[in-house]
Design a protein around this ligand. Sequence first.
Ligand code: COA
Length: 226
Amino acid sequence: MICLRDILFIILGLIVLKNLLVAFFFYGDIRAAQKRDPAAKSFVEILLLYQGLHALVAYRAAHFFYLLHLYFLARFISQMARWATGIEIHPGAKIGRRFFIDHGMGVVIGETAIVGDDVLLYQGVTLGGTGLAHEKRHPTIGNNVVIGGGAKVLGNITVGDNSYIGANAVVIKDVPANSTVVGVPGRITKQDGKKIDVSLDHIHILDPIMQNIEELEKRIEKLEKK
Ligand SMILES: CC(C)(COP(=O)(O)OP(=O)(O)OC[C@H]1O[C@@H](n2cnc3c(N)ncnc32)[C@H](O)[C@@H]1OP(=O)(O)O)[C@@H](O)C(=O)NCCC(=O)NCCS
């Protein structure tokens, strides 16, 4: 006859087993989190308490079922993970190795997003879609990219390797490798380690206010000549 104590032991055993399996299969991701979060005190702390890791574990399971075309089950796992962690990763997204979401709350990764290796996202990041067509409509993020808190990367665009997206930036155009992008809409402030002087850069200016000012300046110049 099974008593309550046995049931508790079984549950405890399953929890320990689950965490051992996660520690084994997600060793690289946990080490990456340890490297990239100065607040992380130990491997065990990340294993047990980091919702970014828990969301990733759930995503890997959901993605497995997505690939088997078990879409409802895949979506069910991802919604449970969203409920538990505040992080929504669509099971169809493709995510590389040593992926780390720090803090995590409010992160949304869309169905056709592709994320490279060694990528770090902070809370509130959206890798979002534009348009309703059933085609690639979410971004592709290269390797070793950092996306700051609250940043939105929208549409079928590419963020090149080793790039930084500043906190709260809204990125709607391709970002070349080794770039830093800030602002709304996102503009490149650094490339290959060199600062880009926005006032001289006529390729990357996307800011409509700057464009209006430039037009006004031209009109004033014309009037002055008259
Ligand atoms: C963009 C970022 C990566 C810094 O890159 P950097 O190359 O070191 O940039 P700098 O600090 O030299 O700043 C370059 C310019 O961009 C501006 N800038 C920096 N971050 C910005 C941001 N998020 N939004 C708007 N402007 C920003 C700076 O004021 C500076 O402007 P200036 O040239 O007119 O003085 C960083 O500021 C950032 O946003 N990191 C995200 C961190 C984060 O989200 N942490 C969450 C922890 S919980």
